[in-house]
Ligand binder design. Structure first.
Ligand SMILES: *Cc1c(COP(=O)(O)O)cnc(C)c1O
Length: 226
């Protein structure tokens, strides 16, 4: 087994254990292998080991890799999305995890209509209100909700977050729990199905799964150090 295949097998074992601990079905969790900075050849190793969901955070990098790789890969856009990239991102990516403002959501909705698409969208939440990070604050998300729900070309499937980096994964747990609670509240208060939570990276994905993650974004644990 090559290194990527061995890493994927070990991650799947940890996903299985975290699901068992939380009383969840393993099928509820999608592992997204984050391929940023890794070559198309490394991504192909993951594909050959059965990996289908892959994540990139830059359009340009994705554009150079996608044509070299099997069409059955599902690409997830996880990085900050600039307005001038939306038109190119929409047709290439199955899901966008990083819609971080009402204006961007409205613009993406317009472009989706022009292109005849109905993209699946996560709204990114900046729970810790970190200056350096994109995302809706909880207040912004609540005050934007009605307008967001009227964007008829966007299928808003859930919430995403990138909590502050920590040494100890347990320190991420309160952020993951808070995102789940926010999702539960919004979903209940507004009678909106919001099935998905995109949270958890290489250092803390098992904790994220225990707190309800449905999409974990894992890069270095799959491909090695960047
Ligand atoms: C790079 C990246 C990841 C993966 O990070 P690792 O620590 O390598 O697992 C996850 N989410 C986002 C938004 C990223 O940019």
């Amino acid at each position: 087994m090559d290194e990527v295949a061995a890493n994927l097998a070990s991650i799947h074992a940890k996903i299985r254990a975290a699901c068992a601990k939380a009383g969840r079905a393993e099928s509820e969790v999608t592992l997204i292998a984050v391929t940023k900075t890794f070559s198309a050849d490394r991504v192909r190793e993951a594909f050959e080991a059965g990996q289908r969901d892959v994540g990139e955070n830059r359009l340009q990098e994705a554009e150079s890799k996608i044509p070299l790789l099997p069409a059955s890969l599902r690409w997830h856009y996880i990085g900050q999305l600039q307005r001038n990239k939306v038109r190119k991102v929409l047709p290439l990516f199955a899901m966008i995890h990083s819609i971080d403002s009402l204006r961007l959501a409205q613009y993406t909705n317009e472009v989706a209509r022009e292109l005849g698409l109905f993209p699946q969208i996560f709204l990114q939440v900046n729970h810790a209100e970190e200056e350096s990070k994109a995302g809706f604050t909880v207040e912004e998300l609540r005050s934007s909700w009605e307008v967001l729900m009227q964007l008829d070309r966007l299928e808003i499937v859930g919430l995403m977050s990138v909590p502050p980096p920590v040494e100890d994964a347990e320190k991420s747990r309160p952020w993951f729990a808070a995102l789940r609670e926010l999702r539960d509240q919004l979903s209940q208060e507004t009678q909106t199905p919001l099935p998905f939570l995109s949270m958890g990276m290489s250092g803390d994905y098992t904790v994220a799964i225990e707190e309800g993650a449905t999409h974990i974004r894992v890069g270095s644990a799959v491909f090695g150090k960047r």
